[in-house]
Design a protein around this ligand. Structure first.
Ligand code: SF4
Length: 231
């Protein structure tokens, strides 16, 4: 019987335009299988401590270049002292630095958090905007951060592509891309819309535990029989 991974290598190896539609249809079915296996592996999904858009926004800014094990308690500590947009906007930068000093680039992030809070307070009446265009105007906010806020905070159908989603999607052959923004666009073509906002949380869990950046655990992986392992 023809194994799916053999078909994968054949379609990817041809380079022929004639196979484009076949390849696309193959990836559509393959993507559906990948997502269903992720749900099988993590039936409870993922958990967010707080889905308030402002909390998510600041938490995602803090998470840049920082592990979740540090980001989560640091965000909680910060919000236990400065719990509102107004309090954060009026905070002294030294106080913020002291509270978040465990995260990477904490000096830059401290000023950024104050700047973001002031803009939200002055330009948006203290309410985090719910559009990509407006979120991208905030200092230090890129598409990943904006999509985390839109997806988790506002329940919009968006794909937040972080390092795990980008790596796993390419490694598994769901996309062939060189940067996260491109991955977002390509994933939108192959994933059904109702899966968009969940794929980040599922792949982050999967990327931390199984398909790790270094030393992926292919021998115990639920995707082993279908994954081309493009490492
Ligand atoms: S089989 Fe290996 S490369 Fe493929 S998803 Fe699993 S851990 Fe990652």
């Amino acid at each position: 019987m023809l194994k799916r991974t053999n078909l994968f290598y054949f379609l990817w190896g041809t380079g022929s335009k004639g196979f484009y539609i076949l390849k696309f249809l193959f990836v559509l079915m393959y993507a559906e299988d990948v997502v269903s296996r992720l749900w099988e592996l993590y039936p409870s999904g993922y958990y967010h401590i707080n889905k308030d858009p402002f909390y998510l926004l600041i938490s995602t800014v803090l998470s840049q270049r920082t592990r979740d094990e540090v980001t989560i308690p640091t965000t909680q500590k910060l919000f236990s002292v400065f719990g509102t947009v107004q309090q954060m906007a009026e905070a002294d930068v030294d106080e913020i630095q002291e509270l978040i000093k465990e995260v990477g680039f904490y000096r830059v992030k401290s000023q950024r958090i104050i700047d973001i809070s002031r803009i939200i307070l002055q330009d948006y009446g203290g309410v985090v905007p719910d559009s990509m265009d407006e979120l991208l105007k905030l200092p230090g906010v890129g598409r990943k951060t904006a999509n985390c806020v839109l997806g988790y905070g506002f329940e919009q159908d968006v794909i937040a592509v972080d390092t795990h989603v980008h790596r796993i999607s390419n490694r598994m052959g769901l996309v062939e891309t060189s940067d996260p923004d491109e991955t977002e666009k390509e994933l939108e073509k192959v994933l059904s819309k109702e899966e968009w906002k969940d794929i980040n949380g599922l792949m982050v869990l999967f990327g931390k535990n199984i398909c790790r950046p270094v030393g992926p655990k292919c021998d115990v992986c639920i995707m082993d029989d279908i994954c081309p392992k493009l490492i």
